[in-house]
Design a protein around this ligand. Structure first.
Ligand code: UT7
Length: 332
């Protein structure tokens, strides 16, 4: 028996603390207008770990919001898949931390996946396959990111770009009379570009030493222009592919939710296939790049404010370090 996958509920959490471009300009040589012109970002949110605004702590609140919409309880979740570029800890994994915080007692498996900003998108085809085959019934798919923990606040090339937040979706079975389904998905990774976006130290290859800290190798490093070019090309190509694979046309897309890294990247992708700007969901101005949380946060916001309705066809696309990329086309 093959089941169709339905998004049963979504939720998100953004910390209250706002960091404006002017705040950043007090620390590094930049200014509000440069940041807005080059990225479209006006402000971003910053998590406070003392209030448990950690990847798992933010995910707890986002999940509770999604459970309410889905009319489920935490113990109905039978698999947790968590994308966090920087997890709570190397281990136990963040999915286990979340299982604990949600008070889940059913012993459901809990797994972290890291594909940088593409992490949540990487989990969608995996969760889809497991719903379709009947292996699991209610899969919690989380993108929970505290990018402020890898952001170098003295590097103007990167510190303007990122923000904290969490978005989740609970995937389950569509009933026989429902149209909801995931039409098509695609994932890629191009390791020839692995050095364009990375955190060199802190893992097994290069442990943290005084020298590492002095050189700032424990922070994110990026070749912005290379990432930009690759992001536009890949997100446009993968978006076209999932639409074609679904046997659909660009006109069939009701909403496009791209990874929220840079407004210029989003506009360039839309222009490549002549996609109407009013059908593109954008919140990079408010939250900056929340890594793998960006697509599920934007999805949740657009559902909650009534733009996305049941029956709409939604195109999702993301890219990130690796360089990884992915897209999905679905009926909500
Ligand atoms: O999830 C994936 C995450 N990464 C991305 O999505 C990043 C993709 N790349 C980008 O978004 C863009 O490349 C950036 C926003 C990072 C940079 O924009 P750009 O148009 O590619 O600027 P650039 O790197 O070519 O820099 C232009 C100038 C340089 O000065 P000179 O050499 O022309 O004198 C930079 O030093 O702007 C300077 N610059 C800044 N000036 C003010 C770089 N960062 C800043 C800054 N404020 N924050």
């Amino acid at each position: 028996m093959k089941f169709n996958t339905k998004i049963l509920g979504t939720g998100s959490f953004l910390p209250d603390k706002i960091l404006t471009n002017d705040d950043i300009a007090k620390r590094v040589d930049t200014n509000h207008q440069w940041i807005v012109d080059r990225t479209g970002i006006h402000e971003r949110r910053i998590a406070d770990p003392s209030k448990d605004e950690t990847p798992s702590g933010m995910a707890k609140i986002a999940t509770e919001r999604a459970l309410e919409v889905a009319n489920l309880t935490a113990n109905d979740i039978d698999l947790i898949l968590f994308s966090a570029t920087i997890p709570d800890h190397f281990f136990p994994n963040t999915a286990c931390m979340l299982q604990h915080k949600l008070g889940i007692t059913n012993g459901c498996p809990a797994l972290d996946v890291n594909a940088a900003c593409t992490g949540w998108m990487y989990l969608i085809p995996m969760a889809n396959a497991m719903i379709q085959t009947g292996l699991y019934k209610h899969i919690l798919v989380v993108g929970g990111e505290m990018t402020s923990s890898f952001n170098n606040w003295d590097d103007r090339n990167t510190c303007i770009l990122f923000g904290d937040g969490c978005g989740v979706a609970i995937l389950g079975r569509a009933s026989e009379n429902e149209e909801s389904q995931i039409y098509s998905t695609v994932l890629t990774a191009d390791s020839t570009k692995r050095d364009h976006l990375k955190i060199p130290a802190g893992g097994a290859v290069q442990r943290i030493t005084h020298e590492v800290l002095e050189k700032g190798e424990n922070w994110v490093q990026m070749n912005g222009q290379e990432v930009f070019k690759s992001a536009v090309k890949t997100m446009a190509a993968l978006s076209e592919k999932v639409i074609n694979d679904a046997g659909k046309h660009m006109n069939d897309v009701d909403w496009f939710i791209p990874h929220q890294a840079n407004l210029r990247i989003i506009e360039a992708v839309g222009n490549r296939f002549g996609f109407p700007p009013e059908k593109v969901i954008i919140n990079v101005d408010k939250y900056a790049n929340t890594s793998s949380a960006s697509v599920p946060i934007a999805l949740d916001e657009a559902i909650r404010d009534g733009r996305i309705k049941r029956g709409d066809n939604i195109l999702l696309a993301a890219f990130g370090g690796g360089l990884t990329a992915g897209a999905a086309f679905l009926k909500y």
